[in-house]
Write a protein that binds this ligand. Structure first.
Ligand SMILES: C[S@@+](CC[C@H](N)C(=O)[O-])C[C@H]1O[C@@H](n2cnc3c(N)ncnc32)[C@H](O)[C@@H]1O
Ligand code: SF4
Ligand code: SF4
Length: 360
């Protein structure tokens, strides 16, 4: 990964410490549109949506002035569907270089020229979804024929420019547990990094309040209502967990001698525990990070549809975060920001803010 210049690193740490003490978010995830080019099995955002109410580029400056996060994710839906994405990025980035800006995207609309333009206006890191190491399963899972072949061309071409700022994101699901290491190898072959995150059933199984008494997480993987295909792949939970453990153990061995797998050991252990326990308690959504929806509402996370105004973060923390008992995801943001600040600084800053260089 790209080594962040020392001055920028210090600014990130200083501003991050201030936010931590003031109860302001460290990370804000802007969902810049709900529209998408894919129809993924694990997601509730698939397909085209009305984009007329999406916030305008200048609105993002206003949100940044109030929320002042150190790290911003520009996500969606599919952010590259916005023709004015470069203007959105310009309005988020300040002259100091902050925030550290991550574009989370499926890259179906990416070209090498657009990659260069987005870098020029301030994207620090490109996070690109990868679910399977082959065209048939990746395209089937994402509901977009030809997508994997497109990635196989544009990613190595962008990587060859040598900026080392592309990270594949492999969301571990019941469908791809056995492909964790093969996905890592695909990223290596394409000349980019890879990060691992965990599937949450909440996106597709339940959009409302969390009343149900959950069975184990893996059992519910078999009940994803939209497509309902997991059961035949993994009929036995114990088998799934054993396979997960084998894949993660192998990944850890490779992490010791590799530079391109960016998930760290403790995050991987916590992700494994999330799957085994069927949840992870003590979520800080709304406090340490939050989501801004495409039409400008603050939400604690992308799976809790409790909407607040721009100036209502404190209210959200009181009403939601302080009473939150939801443990039903372990997305990347959580895996970093649930930690204590000391732990975040000493252990995770290097990975999360990409301080690790290829030489490290
Ligand atoms: C919602 S997408 C938005 C950005 C872009 N469209 C993409 O797919 O990368 C952001 C990330 O969320 C992941 N995701 C989707 N559904 C999920 C779920 N149910 N649990 C955990 N992560 C999920 C995707 O795989 C992707 O890496
Ligand atoms: S995961 Fe991303 S690409 Fe897939 S449907 Fe959701 S928003 Fe679209
Ligand atoms: S655990 Fe936290 S971030 Fe995950 S769905 Fe629940 S409230 Fe949202």
């Amino acid at each position: 990964m790209r080594k962040v210049p020392f001055g920028e690193s210090l600014r990130i740490i200083a501003q991050g410490s201030m936010n931590w003490r003031a109860g302001r978010p460290i990370v804000v995830s802007f969902e810049v549109t709900d529209s998408c080019t894919c129809y993924c099995r694990h997601c509730d955002h698939g397909g085209p949506r009305d984009m007329s109410k999406d916030m305008k580029p200048a609105d993002y400056k206003r949100y940044m002035e109030v929320l002042r996060p150190v790290v911003v994710q520009v996500s969606g839906g599919e952010p590259l569907l916005r023709d004015d994405l470069e203007d959105v990025v310009k309005n988020i980035k300040s002259s100091s270089g902050l925030p550290y800006l991550i574009l989370v995207s499926n890259w179906s609309e990416m070209t090498v020229d657009r990659y260069k333009r987005l870098r020029d206006v301030g994207v620090d890191e490109f996070c690109v979804s990868l679910d399977f190491p082959d065209a048939q399963r990746h395209d089937d899972f994402r509901g977009l024929p030809g997508h994997f072949d497109h990635l196989g061309k544009v990613i190595p071409a962008a990587a060859k420019l040598g900026f080392d700022d592309i990270v594949m994101n492999n969301c571990i699901t019941a469908w791809n547990i056995g492909d964790i290491n093969a996905n890592a190898s695909k990223a290596e072959e394409w000349g980019v990094n890879i990060n691992f995150s965990a599937y949450s059933p909440w996106r597709t199984a339940c959009r409302a309040d969390f009343h149900e008494t959950p069975e184990t997480l893996v059992r519910r993987w078999g009940d994803v209502p939209r497509r309902g295909v997991a059961r035949e792949y993994f009929p036995d939970r114990r088998e799934q967990l054993e396979l997960l453990d084998r894949e993660l153990a192998r990944l850890k061995e490779r992490m010791n001698s590799s530079h391109w797998i960016t998930t760290n050991n403790t995050t991987l252990d916590a992700t494994r525990e999330y799957f085994h326990r069927g949840g992870t308690p003590n979520c800080k959504a709304g406090l340490r990070w939050l989501v801004v929806t495409s039409d400008g509402a603050l939400q604690p996370c992308s799976m809790q549809f409790k909407r607040y105004g721009l100036h209502e973060q404190e209210k959200m923390v009181k009403e939601f975060t302080e009473r939150n008992t939801c443990d039903q995801c372990y997305v990347s943001i959580r895996s970093y920001l649930d930690k204590s600040y000391t732990q975040l600084l000493t252990e995770n800053v290097a990975e999360f803010f990409s301080f690790k260089s290829k030489a490290a």
